[in-house]
Design a protein around this ligand. Structure first.
Ligand code: SF4
Length: 391
């Protein structure tokens, strides 16, 4: 009997604990005591086990421990979760296994256990090389703390490291952003993510800078765009290609896990507020702790109960996510996936954007131009469809 080919799968594990809440953060995360962490980890394992019925159909290509701060909890939990995943699923030989870590929470001992557990990639939250900017964001670490953690990680053998940076901070100047970029690139990480700060309502930073006179401390839109363009050119000069709106990598070090999201591959998310997309069904776990504890044990049934997304929704997402990447979307893949040629669905939208110079095409692929990236939210929103537009 021919063996059924296993489908590729990405797994996200949410660890919602942090040493302290940063002042800009609206994620499902925060401090917790040892008992709460231990309980959460038990529930998380039950949730993963609830998917055992379909585990044999898949081969795990990537795992991403995100948060929160996964490096805040005992590394033994990470080891246990990896053992459980390996017992339950087949893993690809060169699976990419990322762990998000914050400076100030890493030790030699932890890094050694991560290596033993198979973690192959670290994502370090730096945000800025300036201590006064880190303080303003409410980060727990300094630039010196970061350098210590980075050195420890390299010594422990990590040869695939991402560094997160953040621009458009209150009172940030172009010179200070350039300095952050330069000092980060000098360290030669394999990957750099550079996002603009978004001041979310309900956070302490919003109270200070979200409205009224406080907004004046924020770099205006023009400076924000200047920072963005500088980032792309500077990092290109250092050998980092922009492969998604906010992500830059040395050749061969693009984050495979995130590429699963942007190309609409299958992924399962475990933990509070974790999202999944599997077999055309999209579902998200409750963000509230008590609700998640209730739901986690029957997570698999929850997945089965979801209606698969409509063809229209999938087309929209395919465009919306794919156009975020530098490779853009392929006409051929679109036809293969949806059984209808690309222009038949999006003819008018495409022509309008080609004329305005916001989209371009090459080798059967369509992607945003630099001008298109500057207004990407507006461009991407135009790929939402009416039911009647689908042929
Ligand atoms: S470390 Fe990350 S998840 Fe934790 S509070 Fe800060 S921004 Fe939020």
């Amino acid at each position: 009997m021919a063996l059924q080919k296993k489908k590729p799968l990405s797994v996200y594990i949410h660890v919602p604990f942090c040493a302290r809440k940063c002042l800009y953060c609206d994620f499902a995360s925060g401090p917790a005591d040892a008992a709460e962490i231990a309980y959460y980890m038990r529930v998380l394992q039950k949730e993963i086990r609830s998917f055992s019925a379909i585990a044999t159909l898949y081969r795990v290509e990537t795992v991403f421990f995100g948060g929160g701060t996964p490096s805040f909890v005992s590394p033994v939990y990470i080891e246990q979760l990896m053992n459980l995943l390996r017992n339950q699923f087949d893993f690809a030989e060169r699976a990419e296994i990322t762990l998000e870590a914050n400076p100030g929470t890493l030790t030699e001992e932890k890094l050694k256990i991560y290596r033993g557990a198979g973690i192959s990639r670290l994502s370090l939250g730096l945000q800025s090389v300036h201590d006064e900017e880190l303080k303003l964001l409410g980060r727990i670490h300094t630039w010196t703390d970061f350098l210590e953690s980075y050195e420890l990680a390299r010594k422990a053998g990590f040869d695939n490291i991402n560094i997160d940076l953040m621009s458009a901070l209150p009172r940030q100047t172009m010179a200070s952003w350039q300095d952050s970029l330069k000092k980060t690139a000098d360290l030669e990480p394999e990957h750099i993510s550079a996002y603009s700060l978004i001041i979310e309502e309900g956070t302490p930073l919003y109270e200070k800078y979200g409205e009224g006179l406080g907004r004046l401390a924020l770099p205006g839109e023009e400076l924000d765009r200047e920072m963005y363009h500088y980032t792309k050119d500077f990092l290109a000069g250092r050998g980092y290609a922009r492969y998604e709106i906010s992500n830059y990598a040395r050749p061969g070090f693009e984050c495979r896990h995130n590429l699963t999201y942007w190309t609409m591959g299958d992924y399962l998310g475990f933990g509070r507020a974790a999202a999944s997309f599997l077999e055309g069904r999209r579902f998200t776990n409750p963000a509230e702790a008590a609700e998640y504890w209730q739901a986690a044990r029957t997570s698999y049934q929850h997945f089965r109960a979801q209606k698969p997304e409509s063809r229209r929704e999938q087309m929209e997402e395919y465009m919306f996510l794919g156009l975020r990447t530098a490779r853009g979307v392929s006409r051929e893949e679109f036809k293969k996936r949806f059984g209808t040629p690309f222009p038949r669905v999006y003819e008018k939208t495409l022509l309008d954007f080609y004329r305005q110079g916001l989209l371009t095409q090459e080798g059967g692929r369509i992607f945003l131009t630099d001008e298109g990236i500057d207004v990407s939210n507006i461009v991407l929103a135009e790929f939402l469809l009416d039911e009647k537009e689908i042929v």
